[in-house]
Write a protein of this length. Structure first.
Length: 346
C-alpha cells in the first residue's frame, strides 16, 4: 500500500505536470498555423491562467471548506463571485492585450464584442471548469475515505484475530491440562510423558502462534505432537488412525487451524469403556489443504465444562477473517458418528 507521504508527492508532481501541459498547449496546438511569438503566447497564457485559477481555488479551498462541510449556499455564492470576477478580469486582459501588447494596428483590431456576451461565455466555461474540479475532488475524497475505511477494517480484523488467538490459547491449555489430570489418575508415568510433550506444544502456541503465518510443515508437526500427547490416555478399545501428508511444498498457513477439529475428536469421540474410533486425515493437493476428522460420538458429560463450544465458534470466525472466500468448513453428526471437514486454499 502506497504511503500517505508518497501519495502526496505523486499528487503534487501530477499537478505540476498538468499545469506545465496546459501552458504548453499553445506551442503544440496551433490550428491557424500562425507564428507563435512571445506576445501572442502571453495572450493565450491569460486565458489559461484564468481557468486554472478557477479550478485550483475550487479544488483546494471552496470544495474543502464549503462543499464538503455542506455549506452549499456559501459554496455557490463564492463560486459565483469568483467566476464573475475572473471573467471580468479576463475581458479586461483581452482588451489590454489587443490594444497595448499585440502591436496590432488599430484598423486590424477585431471589432469589440458585446462585453456582457463575452463575459457570459467565459463564465459558462469557467462553471464547467469548476464542475470538473468538484468531480475530481469528490472522487479523490471517496477514494481516500475508502482507503481509510479499509485500513480501519484491517486494524479491527487484526485486533480481532489477536483476541481470538488469545481466546484459543487458554482453551487449548485447559483441554490439555484436563487430559493430563485424567492421566494422573490412570498412569503417572504417562502423565510425566504428557507434561514433557505439553512443554513442546506450548512452545509453539506461545511463540509461533504470534506470527501471522507459519510454515505448514511446522503447523502439521505441532498437530502431530498434539495427537501423540492426547493419544497417551487412549485405551485398547479406541481405534486410532492418522494420515497427515508431508508434501507441504514450502506452503504457509495461519497457525492452529486444525487443532479445533482434533481437540473435539478426542473430547467427544472416545469412551473409556465402549468401543470408539478417531480417523484424522490431512491431505494437500496443490495449494488446497483438506482436514477431515471422523470419530465416534458420545454425549457430553454435563459436568464437563472444558471448551464450552468456544473452539468451533473461534475457528469459524478466524476462517472468515483469514481466508474469506477461500475455505469451507462443515460438520455433521449421524448414527453416533461425527464428521468435520475443513478445506483451505492457501
Amino acid at each position: 500500500m502506497i504511503s500517505e507521504k508518497k501519495s502526496r508527492r505523486v499528487f503534487i508532481l501530477m499537478n505540476i505536470m498538468a499545469v506545465v501541459l496546459f501552458y504548453s498547449l499553445p506551442i503544440f496546438i496551433n490550428p491557424r498555423n500562425e507564428t507563435l511569438t512571445f506576445v501572442r503566447y502571453l495572450g493565450y497564457c491569460g486565458s489559461i491562467t484564468a481557468y486554472l485559477l478557477v479550478f485550483y481555488i475550487n479544488f483546494f479551498v471552496f470544495i474543502k471548506r464549503f462543499m464538503l462541510q455542506k455549506r452549499w449556499i456559501v459554496f455557490f455564492v463564492s463560486n459565483l463571485l469568483l467566476i464573475s470576477t475572473v471573467s471580468i478580469l479576463l475581458y479586461v486582459w483581452h482588451g489590454y492585450y489587443f490594444t497595448h501588447l499585440a502591436g496590432i494596428p488599430t484598423e486590424h483590431i477585431p471589432p469589440p464584442q458585446n462585453s456582457f456576451v463575452f463575459i457570459l461565455r467565459d463564465m459558462f466555461f469557467m462553471m464547467l471548469t469548476a464542475s470538473m474540479a468538484v468531480a475530481i475532488r469528490v472522487t479523490l475524497e471517496w477514494q481516500h475515505t475508502d482507503r481509510e475505511k479499509a485500513k480501519m477494517e484491517i486494524v479491527a480484523s487484526q485486533a480481532e484475530i489477536k483476541n481470538l488467538k488469545n481466546q484459543l490459547n487458554p482453551h487449548f491449555l485447559f483441554n490439555t491440562l484436563n487430559n493430563i489430570y485424567s492421566l494422573m489418575r490412570m498412569d503417572q508415568n504417562k502423565a510425566q510423558d504428557a507434561v514433557l510433550s505439553l512443554s513442546k506444544t506450548l512452545r509453539y502456541v506461545l511463540y509461533d502462534n504470534n506470527q501471522e503465518k507459519v510454515s505448514l510443515d511446522k503447523d502439521l508437526a505441532f498437530t502431530k505432537n498434539y495427537i501423540d500427547l492426547m493419544s497417551l490416555r487412549l485405551t485398547d478399545n479406541v481405534s486410532m488412525r492418522v494420515n497427515i501428508s508431508e508434501k507441504t511444498e514450502g506452503l504457509t498457513i495461519a497457525p492452529l487451524m486444525f487443532i479445533t477439529q482434533v481437540e473435539n475428536a478426542f473430547k467427544h469421540g472416545i469412551s473409556q469403556s465402549a468401543p470408539s474410533f478417531i480417523d484424522i486425515n490431512i491431505d494437500i493437493q496443490g495449494k488446497t489443504i483438506s482436514c477431515s476428522v471422523k470419530n465416534s460420538l458420545f454425549p457430553k458429560d454435563v459436568n464437563d465444562y472444558s471448551g464450552s463450544g468456544i473452539g468451533i465458534e473461534n475457528l469459524e470466525r478466524r476462517l472468515s477473517l483469514l481466508y474469506p472466500g477461500k475455505h469451507s468448513y462443515t460438520y455433521s453428526a449421524h448414527d453416533n458418528e461425527y464428521l468435520s471437514e475443513l478445506h483451505i486454499t492457501l
